[in-house]
Ligand binder design. Structure first.
Ligand code: PEP
Ligand code: MN
Length: 338
């Protein structure tokens, strides 16, 4: 249910409606834009119980919403959500780049990567310390020691850190060291994890599941927001299709669709989508053209020696070439939209 206030509604009228809802045991979501205030309500209240609210001064109308996700939807929250942490901002109309290795492998590797991605224009540093590997015999990540190195590297170079949390037990250690907690594709529907992340107090980057629909992605985000954490960043990282030339298929429709359906920022991960270096630049640029708020790209001091995802990982030079294409396209898109 949504309560649309009249454009002429005063602050006093809006406050009175909120107070009335709180008396009814409802915690409303208030969303203001230049010309309207929308008050969203999630929960079991029926139109009948809310009928007196419809009569209050300043209220334009009560609207029953159709969408299966509530707090994530544009209907509830018309203006874009902007997620900020340190130097990283997503959703403000700009384009932010998060870059770094697939996995943190050593102190030297993550410090070196941090220095170079910063120099080339990134504002976020990525790197996994807990790695979801297909084989139990593959490198599983450095764990807490890796997180310590990453925190130090991020601080030294002025980068926000992004790393994957694989289960509820890891949340405590992750929040101690990391700025943005990533939920990987394989965990997108780990509902217990999503609920616990509602109390993490850090932004959550939610990657689309390997075979998840856009609705399922948005419902997964709803779990996090509904549990108390509004700072969710969506990530399109490709989905499984019959195509074998690429590791996954980047779903370019996801960007405009998510923007239409939701107020949350969405980024492109061309690395896990393509699974190969030569497609990182075109897929990054395609993401920008389709409305992405940022990108997350795998970069390593020596890509061929990366412990994981070597084939899709860029050298600093290759990353620099991607970044050289990003800036002019972001500017062109700004002009195209205005
Ligand atoms: C990653 O970003 O390192 C990762 C494992 O990605 P995904 O969960 O999208 O496969
Ligand atoms: Mn990877």
């Amino acid at each position: 249910m949504i309560i649309a206030m009249k454009p002429t509604a005063t602050l006093r009228e809006i406050t009175a409606v909120i107070a009335r809802l709180e008396d009814l045991g409802i915690t409303p979501t208030v969303s203001k834009s230049d010309d309207a205030t929308i008050i969203g309500i999630v929960g079991g209240k029926k139109g009948v119980e809310l009928a007196p609210v419809a009569q209050m001064p300043g209220v334009a109308q009560l609207v029953e919403t159709q969408s299966p996700f509530k707090r994530v939807s544009r209907e509830y929250h018309p203006e874009d959500t902007v997620v900020r942490t340190g130097p990283l901002t997503l959703g403000d109309g700009g384009f932010a780049v998060i870059a770094g290795p697939c996995a943190i492998e050593s102190e030297q590797q993550i410090f070196d990567a941090a220095a170079h991605v910063k120099r080339l224009g990134a504002t976020g540093l990525r790197g996994g310390a807990f790695k979801p590997r297909s084989s139990p015999y593959s490198f599983q990540g450095m764990g807490e020691q890796g997180l310590k190195f990453m925190q130090a590297a991020g601080r030294q170079h002025g980068l926000a850190t992004v790393s994957e949390v694989m289960n509820v037990r890891q949340i405590e250690v992750m929040v101690r060291y990391i700025d943005v907690l990533q939920v990987g594709a394989r965990n997108m529907q780990n509902f217990d994890l999503l609920k616990e992340l509602g109390a993490a107090g850090k932004p959550i980057m939610l990657k689309r599941g390997l075979s998840a629909t856009i609705e399922e992605l948005l419902l997964a985000a709803e779990y996090v927001i509904n549990s108390g954490n509004p700072n969710v960043i969506l990530c399109e990282r490709g989905i499984r299709t019959f195509e074998t030339e690429t590791r996954n298929t980047l779903d370019i429709s996801a960007f405009p669709l998510c923007k239409q359906l939701s107020h949350l920022p969405i980024i492109v991960d061309p690395s896990h989508a393509a699974g190969r270096r030569d497609l990182i630049k075109p897929l990054t640029l395609a993401g920008i053209a389709a409305g992405a708020d940022g990108a997350m790209i795998e970069v390593h001091p020596c890509p061929d020696k990366a412990f994981s995802d070597a084939k899709q990982t860029l050298s600093y030079e290759q990353f620099g070439l991607v970044m050289a294409g990003v800036a002019p396209l972001v500017e062109a898109m700004r002009l195209a939209k205005s």
